[in-house]
Structures are given as structure tokens and as C-alpha cells.
Design a protein around this ligand. Structure first.
Ligand SMILES: Cc1cc2nc3c(=O)[nH]c(=O)nc-3n(C[C@H](O)[C@H](O)[C@H](O)COP(=O)(O)OP(=O)(O)OC[C@H]3O[C@@H](n4cnc5c(N)ncnc54)[C@H](O)[C@@H]3O)c2cc1C
Length: 285
């Protein structure tokens, strides 16, 4: 690993100023489970590393009005066991709990998982079905961006140079809502997803008022199966055909073949996982 200067800012303002001064030669460090691996391989060679974990309050989870506000530096291990997240956003708790191993989850942060912009990031589908947004600070001030438009390509987001994700804002569902997350990996734990899915269904008087299905590892960015969602909405819970929804969702993805699975296998698994997720939620009603 090449030598680098190391910084421990104590506020977002200080971190933004450092980023501005050092420019693209600097990297932000959260848990380091992606960045340090890249540095060790020589893929990233920053001249300066700015540790965000030293900023007080950057890892807090709080209910604010109708939203859950999750500090970007919240560790996935804390997210997975948070009573608030488990009660209000169970798909996110399951997604966080499925990342890597306990050692990885004890370091890795929610902000890092999103900013790394991997198509298989396990927290992204849950945030997509919950229609979360990101709070972003830069030298120009702060802005809020929907998670739906944040990912551009593998490893690429809409963050411009000098911007830092400070929090993830997730609206708490008001109607009767059930959610889940399922991950398929080669082994039970410690593996990157071959396919992952989060499903959220909200009901109003027995009818599905809002269906959200998000899928990872099946396109250059995590995506929503919008046509399948629209097909489910308006149906009575008892008449939703989970197998048909699975088949429809498989038509909406564009996976590649790689060492973890072929394109055909991934499409088939989208169908299976979507059906399984929907069936488990419909049984809970
Ligand atoms: C053995 C192993 C297993 C893994 N298994 C999984 C898995 O099953 N599922 C999965 O999804 N991932 C997995 N990962 C990848 C990784 O652990 C996650 O992506 C993790 O959540 C990254 O978070 P971090 O805090 O460690 O990010 P870091 O490595 O610190 O940062 C990642 C990137 O995001 C940038 N960044 C971080 N925070 C911010 C911020 N607040 N604002 C702007 N930019 C920021 C950094 O500059 C860097 O470019 C695995 C990694 C390893 C090494």
C-alpha cells in the first residue's frame, strides 16, 4: 500500500473543506471494508484518507416526524439489531444483517454500502422499496436526493467531487405495511449476492395500495420491478398470484453472466425469490 496522509475531521464542514483542499487525490473512509481492500490491491491510491467515523453523531438512528433518520456512519451490525429499524423497516434490518460476516458488519457502514455503488449492495433494495432519500453535504451546501436516482452505474453515483452522504432518510409507512428481504448467495453467509430482493406491500381496506419490489445483482444498478408493482397494486391480498408476479419480475431485469451465476440462472432466481418473498408476506396478513 502506498503511503498516504490521514485526517480525522470532527465535523462535516471540516471534512468537506479537507475534501475541497485535497481534491480527487483524497478518499473518504467509513468502515474501510471496500476502500482498504481496493488500496491493498493498488486499485485505489489516495494521497489523503479522510476518516468520517470521527465525526460525532454521524452514526445515530432516530425517529424524526414521519421519517427514520439514519446517520451515514451507522454500522450495519447496529442497523441489524436496532429495535426501531426492526419494527419500522424490517427489510433494511434483514438486508444489513445479510452483509458479509459479523466482522465485516462490525466495521461496514450504511453510507459506505451505498456510496460503493455495487449492483449487489445488500442494503439498497430495502431502501428502494422504502423510497428513501440521501442527505448530502458539500461545499455548495446540502441537498437531498432520492435513492431511486442515486446509482448511475457499477461504482458510480450522482455524488460530485467534494460531496459526502451524511444521512439516509426513510419515510415510515403509514398504512398496514409488510416487508421482507431475501438474499441468494453461493453459501449461507459471507458471500456477495447472486440475486437479492426486497418487497414491501401496503394495504388499505384489504386491497394492495402500494407494492414495491427491488432487485439487486441483476442490472448495472439495483432496480425496481415497476411493471410488476403496478400489476399487483389494486388487487385484493387473496387474489395476488405470487408465482405470476415472480415471472413478471424476471422479465424486468437485465442480468449479466459472471463467475457467480449465468444470466439465465439469475433471471430464474429473480422469479423464485420474488415469489417466495411475496408468499411469505401474504401469509403474514
Ligand atoms: C469479505 C467481504 C464480504 C463482503 N460481503 C458483502 C455482502 O455480502 N454484501 C454487500 O453488500 N457488501 C459486501 N461487502 C462489501 C462491503 O463490506 C460493503 O459495501 C460495506 O457496506 C462498505 O461500507 P464501508 O463503511 O466499509 O465503506 P468504505 O470501504 O469505507 O467506503 C466505500 C466507498 O464509499 C465511499 N464512502 C463511504 N462513506 C461515504 C459517505 N458517507 N459519503 C460519501 N462517500 C462515502 C468511500 O470513499 C469508498 O469509496 C463485503 C466486503 C468484504 C471485504
Amino acid at each position: 500500500m502506498k503511503p498516504f496522509d490521514y485526517y480525522e475531521p470532527t465535523s462535516i464542514g471540516e471534512a468537506c473543506s479537507l475534501l475541497g483542499e485535497l481534491g480527487p487525490a483524497a478518499s473518504l473512509l467509513a468502515g474501510g471494508t471496500d476502500l482498504v481492500v481496493r488500496m491493498k490491491r493498488g486499485v485505489s491510491e489516495p494521497v489523503g484518507v479522510i476518516n468520517l467515523k470521527t465525526i460525532p453523531g454521524s452514526n445515530e438512528i432516530a425517529l424524526e416526524g414521519g421519517n427514520v433518520r439514519i446517520g451515514a456512519l451507522t454500522r450495519l451490525a447496529d442497523l441489524a439489531v436496532s429495535p426501531l429499524i426492526r419494527a419500522k423497516l424490517p427489510a433494511l434490518a434483514l438486508g444489513a444483517d445479510s452483509v458479509g460476516t459479523p466482522q465485516i458488519r462490525n466495521l461496514a457502514t450504511l453510507g459506505g454500502n451505498l456510496c460503493n455503488a455495487s449492483p449487489c449492495a445488500d442494503t439498497a433494495p430495502a431502501l428502494l422499496v422504502s423510497e428513501a432519500s440521501l442527505q448530502i453535504s458539500g461545499r455548495q451546501g446540502t441537498r437531498q436526493e432520492s435513492i431511486a436516482s442515486f446509482f448511475l452505474a457499477p461504482g458510480k453515483t450522482t455524488l460530485s467531487a467534494g460531496e459526502i452522504v451524511t444521512a439516509i432518510i426513510v419515510p415510515v409507512p403509514s398504512l398496514l405495511t409488510v416487508q421482507t428481504f431475501i438474499k441468494l448467495g453461493p453459501r449461507k453467509s459471507g458471500d456477495i449476492s447472486v440475486v437479492n430482493t426486497a418487497v414491501s406491500l401496503s394495504f388499505d381496506g384489504g386491497r394492495c395500495a402500494r407494492a414495491r419490489i427491488a432487485l439487486g445483482s441483476v442490472a448495472p444498478t439495483p432496480l425496481r420491478a415497476r411493471e410488476t408493482e403496478a400489476w399487483i397494486e389494486g388487487q385484493e391480498a387473496s387474489s395476488i398470484d405470487a408465482a405470476e408476479a415472480g415471472r413478471r419480475a424476471a422479465e424486468e431485469v437485465r442480468p449479466i453472466s459472471d463467475l457467480r451465476g449465468s444470466q439465465e440462472y439469475r433471471k430464474e432466481m429473480v422469479s423464485v425469490l420474488t415469489e417466495r418473498a411475496l408468499s411469505s408476506l401474504l401469509q403474514k396478513l
